[in-house]
Design a protein around this ligand. Structure first.
Ligand SMILES: Nc1ncnc2c1ncn2[C@@H]1O[C@H](COP(=O)(O)OP(=O)(O)OP(=O)(O)O)[C@@H](O)[C@H]1O
Length: 645
């Protein structure tokens, strides 16, 4: 049984609805140890025949048999495996991969073997030494002469130790001296027991081999043996072939990325702009929220909230009162430290000292919502005492408002009787302290206000409860939610939260909304980046069709080719985002320097989460953008791409 047999191979190309017969029934048998030259006129179908033998073209009639086994019904994957393990290619125009060094070009084939990385490197160096290129291993192809390039190509063809070497015009681009060197090397390959099939126009090349086959008019018109085939050695190949691993594909993608660093840096800058804007917006959002919270919390204690019941309408607000049942059920909630009765007067009143009077800016019973640190002079109000604000104190003592502390003044509170008749309550109170707030509410002790009402025969019960929450501010929201889920004692109304916590969460909702809108606007630049990456990758696929063809000829699968582009997009996404994050942190530094000197606050606060989000979104966008170009690359027909100019 012949080692390789071609049975009645017919092939035609259809152009303009017309069939052009290129091969019209080729019957040939080859043995290992032969160096066969295929001669024939230009356009006679030699390359077509080689592509069929190599398993690159399966669109023909007839059959190719390797050791009796037909290739005709092999799947694409089986043909990839056939090329990996059995075929080695030597091209007229060398087809080395320009962004890989000489050693790495040889390593490309070795990546598809079961050898360890160390063994692969050792074998690559041995092959390069044999080809006389030991000193050129770290050069790039464009730093080599034509003869040297062809020797690299031979070393690459031999790397996976295939049994068949296909050489399409291997000396076509070389001078006489280099032609001689290459022919010697090819002869040595045949002497090692491999089948060498070389397509050539040159009779000198043909005479070098063991056999000449001549193609004319789509048929073999001459088949002449010059010498018997070389003997085949007994020893078996010490390794097997395998599909290139994801790791080695990632490495190749990285090598290409690094080789085109300048261009990639420009692309990265383009892609980074979108990510940068998004990260900056998120950072500003955090800062704005932080600033608002900081400003509010410096006035009011966020860990005390005020609970009222939802009144049917505003007029009735004064009349909605809370009971001890409400107090008890709120006390049971987790993180609630204490619950204090409170009263907020809605109907106003006045303060009078000597002959001066001023309207109350507001009056409530004292509780934890009023920050002690805002009391600039004096202390919290005890029985028969009132805490007033700076504005009111200035009405009585323009230049030394804080001197009002300790003074006795008259407090008038507008109240209404049970039958809603207005009544003014009056009491002498001592100023316990003055706050630095210009319009904050005044505070009086609960018992003082209660006795003012009761002394006038009016009923008095709390219209809010001050709830002290233990732990950090983060406990406030859960307690608020728990309170809102309760029903008040009358069973009809819901509880309502007032105080800093609720204001802050409302404000934060607005800030979040604003940040979402701004981030969406910034995300438009992400879209532009994505389109740019798609265009760049499409251009890259077009530029690299030849390389893709070579990789496929060497035995890389479609999936390998697709992953090559996916990995490259991954690197692009990752490094663009890292660049964007670095730029964003630099911007943060600059902006905070500015805001710290103006509003004494770091207005931009990029969290690690924001930076990671930037990276994730960038990688995802790049991977999505790579899908179509990578798919296109995987679909490249190696026969077409290898014949492309
Ligand atoms: N994809 C294709 N579509 C149509 N015709 C094609 C295609 N590929 C090759 N041909 C035609 O098939 C014929 C054989 O081409 P092939 O490249 O096999 O010739 P060749 O013997 O290798 O030529 P040369 O020695 O000049 O390289 C040529 O006439 C060519 O024009």
């Amino acid at each position: 049984m012949p080692y390789l047999q071609l049975k009645d191979i017919k092939k035609s190309y259809r152009v303009d609805n017309q069939d052009f017969h290129v091969l019209n029934g080729i019957n040939l048998s080859f043995e290992r140890g032969e160096f066969v030259s295929i001669l024939g006129e230009s356009g006679g179908g030699k390359t077509t025949l080689m592509n069929i033998i190599a398993g690159l073209d399966s669109n023909y009639s007839g059959d190719v048999l390797l050791e009796g086994k037909s290739l005709k019904h092999d799947t694409a994957k089986q043909l990839d495996e056939y090329r990996r393990s059995t075929i080695g290619f030597i091209f007229q125009s060398f087809n080395l991969i320009s962004h890989l060094t000489v050693r790495d070009n040889v390593m490309v084939s070795l990546e598809m073997t079961t050898l360890s990385h160390k063994q692969q490197e050792k074998r690559a160096d041995e092959l390069l030494t044999k080809a006389g290129l030991a000193d050129h291993a770290n050069k790039y192809p464009n730093q080599l002469s034509g003869g040297q390039k062809q020797r690299v190509s031979i070393a690459r063809a031999l790397a996976a130790d295939p049994d068949i070497i296909i050489a399409d015009e291997p000396t076509g681009a070389l001078d006489a001296k280099n032609t001689d060197d290459i022919l010697k090397l090819m002869n040595e390959i045949a002497e090692d027991g491999k089948l060498v099939i070389a397509v050539t126009h040159s009779q000198i090349v043909a005479n070098y081999g063991t056999r000449i086959v001549h193609l004319a008019d789509s048929l073999i018109d001459e088949d002449k043996e010059l010498k018997p085939p070389y003997p085949i050695p007994k020893e078996k190949r010490p390794f097997k072939s395998k599909v290139a691993s994801a790791g080695s594909i990632a490495m190749m993608a990285w090598q290409h990325f690094r080789y085109n660093l300048k261009r990639n840096l420009l692309i990265m800058f383009g892609a980074a702009i979108g990510i940068f804007s998004v990260v900056i917006m998120l950072g500003l959002g955090n800062g704005a929220k932080g600033y608002i919270n900081h400003e509010i919390y410096s006035e009011i204690n966020p860990n005390t909230i005020q609970v009222t019941t939802k009144a049917a309408n505003d007029d009735q607000a004064n009349k909605v009162n809370l009971t001890s049942h409400d107090e008890k059920q709120i006390k049971k909630i987790k993180h609630v430290k204490s619950v204090q009765k409170g009263y907020y007067s809605m109907s106003g009143g006045q303060l009078k000292a000597g002959n001066k009077t001023t309207d109350l800016s507001g009056l409530q019973t004292y509780d934890g919502t009023i920050k002690k640190k805002n009391i600039k002079s004096g202390t919290t109000p005890g029985k028969g005492e009132i805490l007033i604000n700076k504005d009111e104190a200035m009405k009585f003592n323009k230049h030394h408002p804080y001197d009002m502390t300790g003074k006795t003044i008259t407090l008038y509170v507008n109240a209404s009787s049970d039958k809603s008749k207005p009544k003014v309550l009056q009491q002498q109170v001592k100023v316990s302290g003055v706050t630095n707030s210009t319009h904050g509410v005044d505070a009086i002790s609960y018992d003082t206000l209660k006795s003012m009402y009761q002394n006038n025969g009016l009923k008095f019960s709390p219209n809010y409860l001050a709830v002290d929450i233990s732990g950090g501010v983060s406990n406030v929201q859960p307690v608020q939610d728990a309170i809102k889920s309760l029903k008040s004692s009358d069973g009809k109304s819901d509880f309502q939260i007032t105080g800093a916590g609720s204001i802050v969460s409302t404000l934060n909702t607005y800030v979040n909304l604003a940040v979402a809108v701004l981030t969406s606007i910034a995300a438009i630049s992400l879209l532009v980046s994505a389109i740019m990456i798609i265009v760049v990758l499409y251009i890259s696929v077009s530029e690299r069709t030849k390389e893709i063809g070579v990789l496929r000829a060497l035995g890389f699968t479609k999936r390998n080719v697709r992953n090559l582009f996916i990995f490259e997009a991954f690197f692009l996404g990752l490094f663009s985002a890292i660049l964007a994050d670095i730029l964003a942190y630099l911007a943060e530094f600059g902006i905070n320097h500015l805001t710290n000197s103006t509003i004494h606050y770091s207005l931009m606060q990029i969290s690690p989460g924001n930076a990671i989000f930037g990276i994730v979104i960038s990688v995802v966008i790049c991977l999505l953008a790579a899908l179509a170009p990578a798919h296109k690359a995987a679909k490249v027909d190696p026969v077409v791409s290898l014949s492309a100019e």
